[in-house]
Ligand binder design. Structure first.
Ligand code: AMP
Ligand code: GLY
Length: 630
């Protein structure tokens, strides 16, 4: 058996059940239906995974024993007082212990004999249970009936790791049932709905815990640090690999060095990477997704065709026009003649607004210019056309200037379903009170302060976007960032990005309701399986805030080389630190870029703590905005 266990595609599972066994049956049938081999005697093949189930039961009259017999699953019926001995003899045999309607609490010495590693602080990482309520509500017996009698508006199912207390281990996943979606359920109908959810999610979670994923995160900013950091604590992770990580977070995973995308692909195949998560836009526009997907590796990030929503402003405009998505009026220019015509058009408008000038392609976030008058517009437009940003600006957009607050709405799209984070606000200007030059972002808060009406309008917009993506058969799995401006005439799209915003990502991930089983890797896995559902993105009801510490001279010419000190202070104030422009030099972390690091915190007192941390962290030339989250 030991030799078989070393094979990553052969797993042994012990299911503990003492009742009806409907979850037992659902789990076994799930694996059979998906073509997993059940016997280790079956012929060995690279492409077949084996899951061998056994049942342990302490009640010889339990219906689950009949189910085991019918399914051909070996069953052991053992008195509970002999469990410890039974399990000790088999120590190390099972990859996962699954409680499926096992009506007893397992004492600590049994948990310890089953445990195979110490991955979790206060829970056993390979022993799981399912509970029919949204823990920590309604722990213990008769949970469905007690929730029903309490008249709850929502209830659901929790899968959690075990610890020595009843229904208290780390929550792996929670699925919510809104009772109003059903209109008056009676108790037995509610039980039936809860069981339906159990039979769907429990087998999926067992599968994800047995076959954990190898993940590669691509990118070297604070955004990618935040993404990698969330993935690194997921129970569904096997190995984490990093490409282009900066020195501030390279310790989170194993580094893959590479010369180009095909070299990275070769190394990723050798490491059996399951999913590539792409942080920045350039690799997407250059087609990294297509390269990996063609080789069978799943990718979170748009393919080359759809990356054009960010990489070509004219493509984005035609997508919006075709699909009734509100955006600023615009004209395209590619030379002097078309530029003159475009300027004429804006001059002829009643309000004569000076158009915003935008490079069509990617220009390192610098391709947008808001001129003060028509002369400036013309001069800047000419510079752009003459190649100020190379080929990216040989085609330009002249765009109607809009007024209103801006929000970033970041959505996840799996090819079928669009699920969105709450709107976030990015502080783009360098200085307080939105003064100074545009930057990549000096801070962020989420959710944004918006009115109920604006919230509804944004939701309407997102429905239109989802319909458009479906209609256009947008066949990618990734992120869509809608840069919206909230005008008097409703939200309008200023730009699309096909990635998380930076620093918006840092605050949005902070809002994930981890205490109730929200898990970024789980969301990514669901996306790659095209199984994303609207309530998969669990957001905690709190506010998150991020302050970026930058280096003097940013964005034009940031000072580099200073040593960064007192980083431990951030943690003392309960803040997380995500690194961007940093490099290890002679054993110390030093400044190597404009945006040096992000500090993030959520909940009560977040802002005060962040500013204490911002003050305490030291490096020569440190600058930051003092008005984030005011
Ligand atoms: P971007 O570099 O694409 O993020 O754009 C930078 C900023 O330029 C945006 O966040 C807006 O503040 C501003 N901007 C872009 N387009 C318009 C527009 N049509 N009207 C007003 N401001 C705009
Ligand atoms: N924070 C703006 C962006 O990521 O584009």
């Amino acid at each position: 058996m030991t030799a078989q266990k070393q094979c990553s595609n052969k797993k042994n599972v012990l299911i503990l059940a003492s009742g009806n066994g409907s979850n037992f049956e659902a789990i076994v049938k799930h694996f059979r239906a998906k073509g997993f081999a059940q016997s280790f005697d079956a012929p060995v093949s690279e492409n077949v995974s084996f899951v061998n189930f056994e049942l342990l039961c302490d009640n010889k009259n339990a219906p689950v024993l009949k189910k085991a017999e019918a399914l051909g699953v070996p069953a052991y019926c053992v008195d509970f007082e002999n469990f410890y001995d039974f399990l000790t003899v088999r120590k190390g045999k099972y990859d996962l212990y699954v409680l499926a309607g096992f009506m007893r609490v397992l004492p600590e010495k049994i948990l310890e004999t089953c445990s195979n590693d110490a991955f979790l602080k206060d829970s056993y990482a390979n022993i799981i249970n399912i509970h029919p309520s949204l823990l920590p509500e309604f722990k213990g017996k008769n949970a469905i009936a007690r929730a029903f009698e309490a008249g709850v508006k929502e209830t659901g199912v929790t899968v959690h790791f075990l610890n020595k207390n009843v229904d208290s281990g780390k929550i792996i996943s929670q699925k919510t049932l809104q009772l109003e979606d059903f209109g008056g359920l009676n108790l037995s109908q509610l039980e039936a709905e809860i069981h339906k959810i159990e039979h769907k999610i429990y087998p999926e979670i067992v599968e994800k815990l047995l076959f954990k994923k190898n993940i590669l995160v691509f990118g070297g900013g604070a955004r990618e640090h935040a993404i990698a950091s969330h993935i690194s604590v997921s129970p569904f992770l096997n190995r984490l690999f990093l490409a282009n990580a900066n020195d501030g977070f390279k310790n989170l995973g194993e580094i893959l060095e590479f010369s180009d995308y095909s070299d990275l692909l070769k190394k990723s195949l050798a490491k059996k990477i399951d999913i590539l998560v792409v942080g920045p836009e350039n690799p997407l526009c250059e087609g990294i997704t297509d390269i990996f997907e063609n080789a069978g590796i799943k990718v979170i990030g748009a393919n080359k065709v759809w990356a054009r929503l960010e990489g070509s402003k004219s493509f984005a405009k035609s997508f919006m026009q075709k699909n009734g998505i509100k955006t600023a009026d615009f004209k395209i220019a590619t030379d002097e003649t078309t530029l003159e015509a475009a300027l004429e058009y804006f001059l002829s408008l009643e309000n004569e607004t000076v158009p915003v000038i935008k490079a069509d392609g990617l220009a390192l976030g610098k391709g947008v210019f808001v001129p003060k008058d028509f002369d400036e517009a013309k001069n800047v437009a000419k510079d752009f056309l003459l190649g100020k940003f190379g080929d990216a600006s040989r085609k330009i957009l002249l765009e109607e200037r809009l007024f209103g607050n801006e929000v970033s709405v970041i959505s996840l799209w799996d090819g079928k379903t669009l699920v969105s984070f709450p709107p976030a606000s990015d502080y783009k200007r360098l200085l307080d009170d939105n003064m100074g030059p545009n930057t990549g972002g000096m801070g962020a808060v989420a959710p944004s302060k918006i009115t109920a009406e604006q919230k509804n309008e944004i939701e309407e917009y997102l429905k239109t976007l989802e319909t458009a993506l479906k209609k256009e058969k947008a066949d990618f799995c990734g992120v869509i960032y809608s840069g919206l401006i909230l005008t008097n005439d409703g939200p309008k799209v200023l730009e699309y990005n096909m990635r998380f915003g930076d620093p918006e990502c840092q605050v949005l991930l902070e809002l994930l309701d981890i205490a109730h089983g929200a898990d970024l890797l789980d969301i990514f896995i669901k996306m790659t399986e095209k199984k994303l559902e609207k309530n998969d993105l669990k957001i905690a009801p709190k506010k998150a805030c991020c302050v970026v510490l930058a280096s003097e001279g940013y964005p034009e010419n940031p000072k580099k080389g200073a040593e960064i000190k007192n980083l431990e202070k951030a943690e003392e104030y309960g803040c997380k630190t995500y690194f961007a422009g940093v490099k290890t030099s002679q054993g110390s972390l030093t400044v190597s870029g404009g945006r040096v690091l992000s500090i993030v915190k959520s909940g009560e007192g977040a802002r005060e703590a962040l500013y204490k941390a911002a003050e305490a962290i030291e490096f020569d030339g440190k600058i930051y905005r003092k008005d984030i989250g005011v």
